[in-house]
Ligand binder design. Structure first.
Ligand code: SAM
Length: 213
């Protein structure tokens, strides 16, 4: 089981917060079509795991509430400012996605983007999502995953795994998240694999979809 402690590295914590601010629009432009599809018609209250500096606020209607589970405190100032700009009420929780502290069967929709690559134990996070979702609730995700075995992208993901994880605070490009989602016990999981064409090659293999509780 994961500890409840999220250690922000003195340099890399602020670096990542700063990195995702200017780079956010570029990543967003690349992911927008997939996000529009999976984040369409979100309910009035949404739980987001690892909100970062608020990339997904634009998919919520103004006036709605975002329960943001974000343990990385250097992100909080930018996240608060972004929520205010989008007119979204922010309920910010400095907690890990593995243990949100939300009640069982209490949530209609959980979202994440580019988070299951970074959490210590993605299977534990998926179990937590199932625990908090009401029957019929949805988990909507856009995540980057391991490329198919034997491909040049997969070889690069392997070769760069250590410096990549060091720079991006534990991020792994080698996770079979589609497999974990299918094994997590959801009633139904719809997954669309897709490929980005960015200079960040290990990051280009992605999935988007909806898991139904
Ligand atoms: C790559 S960033 C993505 C941020 C945002 N979702 C986006 O799409 O721009 C990963 C985020 O996951 C957060 N994170 C890392 N480990 C986490 C955990 N165990 N629980 C919740 N959030 C976590 C980080 O603080 C960071 O904000």
């Amino acid at each position: 089981m994961t500890d409840d402690v999220f250690e922000v590295h003195r340099a890399r914590g602020p670096f990542n917060a700063a990195f995702f601010s200017p780079l956010g629009p570029f990543i967003e432009w690349n992911l927008r079509r997939h996000k529009r599809r999976v984040y369409s018609e979100l309910p009035h209250t949404v739980v987001e795991l690892g909100s970062g500096v608020g990339a997904n606020l634009r998919y919520l209607r103004p006036g709605s509430t975002l329960v943001a589970v974000e343990p990385n405190v250097p992100m909080h100032r930018r996240l608060r400012a972004a929520a205010a700009r989008h007119g979204v009420r922010l309920d910010l929780r400095e907690r890990l996605a593995e243990r949100t502290d939300l009640p069982d069967d209490s949530v209609d929709s959980v979202i994440s983007s580019l988070v299951l690559c970074t959490v210590a134990d993605p299977a534990e996070v998926l179990a937590e999502i199932r625990r908090i979702l009401r029957p019929g609730g949805t988990f909507r995700f856009v995540e980057h995953v391991a490329a198919r075995p034997g491909t040049p992208t997969r070889a690069l993901q392997r070769a760069l795994r250590r410096p990549w994880a060091w720079t991006f605070e534990g991020c792994s490009c080698e996770r079979d998240l589609a497999g974990l989602l299918r094994a997590a016990g959801f009633a139904r999981v719809d997954i669309e694999p897709f490929r980005l064409h960015t200079p960040f090659i290990p990051f280009n293999t992605q999935i988007a979809g909806v898991a139904h509780a």
